[in-house]
Design a protein. Structure first.
Lengths: 549, 243
């Protein structure tokens, strides 16, 4: 047994309203630069839909992830090492920018600089690739909310696996959002594809990163990743990807996408796993066994033997403690309501999803049934075979049973909690029917529905302690070392992330010096005018407070 | 003049080549890339790029055989001058034609595809001009000099001159009598070598042969990312982050 720790994420799809806040804040933080205009480390796609880039799930075409050889050995779908080196001069399986979408901006300047004319000047769209006038024909979420209708939706590669008759019915009943980031896989095929060895998995937290100095732009990783979450920066000629916001999680705060999620649907925590078991688990012959096989790789952090092995492997006690209260472990292992995205790619993804029950509830309510009744819900999950089959294609390589089990647990939670909230007598058989106790259901409810910040994000402090050192190195001066002329400079990480009320916190430097005495109009009672206007000096001139730093 | 062209110029070019690569490797790891344009356009690239690169690799192999290996060595192996000539002209013409055809497709693509054209920098243009001229002049020597023109035994002049540069006993006078087309080809290649480290051609030296033997998944410790007091690389691509 070789214990390793992994920071993992779970997203509760029932709560996603498709607002794209995660995408936008991620873009502002990470890809708001030239060369990656088209790249969204976090994107939200409507299912059913083509996804981003278009039809990325069609691995017959894009050759992402792993596959098994005839002899049952794990190999990259894009071919052997030799074959891939021979393809290095032109990657036959590389999406071009048109498969994502051609990024554009608008000629806003024309609105101001156009000469006087009879017509109103317009801001024409300009391609950010060629700089020329362009016509916008696709975007990262073009088919949002089933936009484009059946013509676009029917190109969904996942839908193609379900029969035609099912499709029609499906389109009338079912839609949900799927936010996606890099999966930070246990068996990352992007890293395995990189000829230069520039993509690596961090041994402390499992985050998969691209070393920008070692990347040589061979672009094999773009093909290797079946989720198409590696992007080629066409200006720098280097690959870029989601970093799990490592500068943030290192100091114990959640990723930007999780922090800004309006629906509070993301969970971040530590999982311990057996690195020696990954290869065997990723090599099981039947695709549908991959989900249980991956569950088998995770280690129980409460088991004293696991704790002892983890300590022996040099995992900090803070990390082991975090793993023991990890919300991600609870959702994946304890309640088994979270499922991996496309386990059949054999990369052992580490961003998991609680499948959405609300479409089922909506259908029930729409047909006049009680959408909170356990019996109705259980029946509907089975009767609404189509959504379950679709979800199974996404999360369990087509195996319906685990998806149904997860949905039934969510349904049981709804039914149980309604009885609790209405003061009706408890019916323990509801909990029993999904192999949980009422207490467990209520704990699951607190985690999923109340979802307190500190319960959603359990990111160990050990990372923070270490990151202080690293951050000071990255942003500090080489003269700051012990005894050096700059040694008075103290930890820069503190003030940067406002972890402490540090005197170096210059965040308020732009505010007027008398800000504290001013009236806040948001809660002004309308009576007292002290501080409403600048003080008047003796000669009648307004006193302008001096700004000091 | 002979000394300048065939003694000074080559040594200046070699110095620039060596020191330039050393400097670039130490200070511009971030800029060391193929700068692939496949994201913009894939169809023409898939046609031209393998043809060009594999052709060029064969051409390079031919140069090693013809320039670096002395005629006496191949003769010792029992390869007659006629046989060598036959091999070099036939394989050389074949790989040369593949290279030229691939290059033509790539140049056509670079000029006509707007996105690719826009991504072409000034040093790219200089490099492409020199590279094209060097390849075409070399092609001219092989086809015009050896195939049509009855043959010129460069292994008696050019090759010994080139090798003599490395033995610190240079013989620039060997080049004085060579045909002008060979002189031009040599000079073009020397200038190309001189600017090599400052262009995207550096990607030749990151040919990822280690991929064949390394484990699939690379693990690295967080501590290993930033060594204490490491000098940050100069970010050549983004002026605003320069310190």
């Amino acid at each position: 047994m070789r214990v390793m720790a992994q920071l993992a994420m779970v997203m509760n799809l029932d709560k996603c309203i498709g607002c794209h806040t995660c995408s936008v804040t991620c873009k502002q933080a990470w890809t708001n630069r030239g060369g990656v205009e088209y790249a969204w480390f976090n994107n939200v796609e409507t299912r059913p839909g083509q996804g981003y880039p278009r039809q990325y799930q069609d691995q017959q075409r894009w050759k992402g992830g792993w596959t098994l050889t005839k002899r049952g050995r794990l190999t990259l779908r894009s071919g052997s090492r030799v074959k891939r080196l021979l393809n290095i001069f032109a990657n036959p399986d590389l999406p071009t920018v048109g498969d994502y979408y051609e990024p554009w901006t608008y000629d806003y300047d024309n609105l101001l600089s156009a000469p006087p004319s009879d017509t109103t000047p317009v801001a024409r769209p300009k391609s950010q690739i060629t700089g020329a006038d362009t016509t916008i024909t696709w975007g990262a979420n073009w088919d949002d909310d089933l936009g484009g209708g059946p013509e676009q939706i029917s190109r969904d590669p996942v839908l193609a696996k379900i029969s035609a008759q099912v499709k029609l019915e499906f389109e009338q009943t079912f839609m949900f959002y799927l936010p996606r980031i890099c999966e930070h896989c246990l068996n990352p095929s992007c890293a395995a594809s990189c000829p230069s060895g520039a993509i690596y998995k961090r041994s402390e937290d499992g985050i998969v990163l691209v070393d920008q100095d070692r990347c040589r732009g061979w672009r094999q990783c773009v093909t290797g990743c079946p989720y198409k979450k590696i992007y080629f920066n066409h200006k720098t000629g280097k690959a870029e990807k989601c970093t799990f916001c490592y500068p943030r999680v290192e100091v114990g705060i959640p990723t930007v996408c999780a922090e800004t999620c309006v629906g509070r649907l993301r969970y971040i925590g530590v999982l311990l796993y057996d690195a020696d078991a990954v290869l065997a688990a990723a090599s099981v012959p039947d695709d549908q066994d991959l989900y249980p096989a991956q569950l088998g790789v995770f280690l129980n952090p409460h088991d004293p033997r696991v704790v002892a092995e983890a300590e022996r492997a040099g995992i900090a006690s803070e990390w082991i403690e975090a793993a023991q209260v990890s919300p991600v472990y609870q959702l994946i292992v304890d309640y088994q309501v979270a499922l991996p995205l496309h386990p059949e790619y054999r990369t052992m993804p580490m961003v998991w999803y609680v499948p959405p029950l609300s479409p089922v509830v909506d259908v029930l309510a729409g047909t006049g049934h009680d959408g909170e009744d356990a019996g109705n819900l259980f029946g509907a999950i089975d009767a609404l075979r189509i959504p379950v089959e679709y979800l199974a294609e996404l999360f369990t390589a087509g195996a319906v049973a685990p998806v149904r089990a997860a949905l039934e647990r969510l349904a049981a939670m709804r039914a149980h909690m309604r009885r609790v909230n209405l003061g009706e007598p408890a019916r323990p058989e509801i909990a029993e029917s999904v192999h949980l106790t009422p207490a467990e259901i209520e704990a699951m409810y607190r985690l999923l529905a109340i979802a307190k910040y500190e319960h959603r994000y359990v990111i160990p402090n050990a990372a923070a302690a270490d990151a202080h050192r690293l951050d000071a190195l990255a942003s500090g001066c080489s003269l700051d070392s012990d005894g050096g002329p700059g040694m008075t400079a103290f930890d820069a990480a503190d003030s940067k992330f406002h972890l402490t009320a540090s005197p170096a916190d210059t965040n308020g430097a732009a505010a007027p010096v008398d800000k504290a005495r001013r009236i806040n109009l948001l809660d002004w009672d309308g009576k007292n005018t002290d501080g409403l206007f600048p003080p008047v000096t003796a000669n009648g001139a307004e006193h302008v407070p001096e700004r000091t730093r | 003049m002979t000394t300048l062209l065939w003694l000074t110029v080559p040594y200046v070019a070699f110095t620039s080549f060596l020191l330039g690569h050393l400097w670039r490797y130490r200070h511009d790891q971030f800029g060391w890339t193929t700068r692939s344009s496949q994201l913009y356009e894939s169809r023409l690239l898939q046609l031209g790029s393998p043809m060009f690169h594999f052709g060029l690799l064969a051409v390079l192999g031919g140069h090693v055989l013809g320039i670096l290996v002395p005629a006496s060595w191949t003769a010792a192996l029992g390869l007659s001058e006629f046989a060598y000539h036959l091999i070099s002209v036939s394989l050389g013409t074949l790989s040369g034609l593949a290279t030229v055809a691939g290059l033509a497709i790539l140049l056509y693509r670079r000029i006509t595809v707007p996105a690719v054209r826009r991504a072409t920098t000034r040093i790219d243009k200089v490099m492409y001009t020199l590279l094209t001229a060097a390849i075409l002049s070399g092609m001219l020597n092989t086809i015009g000099g050896n195939l049509v023109g009855g043959g010129y035994d460069y292994r008696a002049t050019v090759s010994p001159w080139f090798r003599s540069l490395f033995t610190i006993s240079p013989h620039p006078e060997l080049m004085a009598t060579t045909p002008i087309s060979f002189q031009i080809h040599n000079l073009l290649v020397l200038v190309l070598l001189a600017i090599w480290p400052y262009t995207r051609l550096v990607h030749v030296f990151s040919a990822p042969l280690g991929y064949l033997t390394r484990p699939y998944v690379v693990y690295r410790s967080r501590g290993g990312v930033l060594p204490p007091n490491a000098r940050r690389y100069v970010r050549a691509w983004d002026v605003s982050t320069r310190t």
